[in-house]
Design a protein around this ligand. Sequence first.
Ligand code: HEC
Length: 239
Amino acid sequence: MKKLFLAIFTCVVCILWNSSCKHNPEDTVVPTPIDTTSSSVPCNPDTVYFSNEVLPLIVSSCAKSGCHDAISKAEGIILTDYANILRTGKIKAGNPSNSDFIEVIEESNAKDRMPPAPDAPLTATQIQLLRKWISQGAKNLNCNPNSNGCDTSKTISFKNDVQPIIDLHCKGCHSTYSPGAGIKLTTYAEINTLIVGGELIGVIDHERGFKAMPPAGNKLNDCLISKIKIWIRNGAQNN
Ligand code: HEC
């Protein structure tokens, strides 16, 4: 009886000890996900929208193969979707300066920084966007930049329409240091090489025989895909 009591006592002490000392991701308050399926919300320029701006940046900068995609999960960390990003415990909603996520991105030692050298660091604008998203509560928001419909009536230009899409959704994985499949997508000339054989449309439209890009279910929305298609149909000019 005495032994049993001792065993239970030790166990309770163990549990208490463990839960107070372990750095446990569950300690972090995970904000309640807010509706992300509705795309009827028009975009407010003062709000950072996770699905539109933050996720594509994190996926192409961090969820590359060999890093934080669902297969490689470097250090057990997966950064392909909202739930997994928050589950790391490295984002303190409302407090970017206290978030390890920001700390590793801003780290000055290129070896310890994320993404690590030889990948380029995130730009000041990108870091500012992530800080603002965390300050605003690290919410799972989605807006519809085309709440009045997808406007394809204006000329689709490479510089103003197509390049920003590729920069946000593709460039992180297809840049100088870590070109997926050896394909770089940083300049007009590089992007243009994917047009003749139909690879660009094939991958973004998830056509059969092509790898789906961006990977991990992060398909571009229909409006972005239509804009790229119209630009190609009109001769894929460098305008
Ligand atoms: C998270 C990293 C990542 C992102 C984001 C990404 N790619 Fe890729 N891409 C890869 C990798 C890795 C490969 C090599 C194939 C593989 O292993 O799946 C690849 C392969 C490709 C290929 C060759 C496909 C084939 O069938 O061989 C094309 C074309 C391509 N990507 C275009 C794009 C475009 C366009 C975008 C943006 C809309 C994009 N990628 C976004 C990582 C990425």
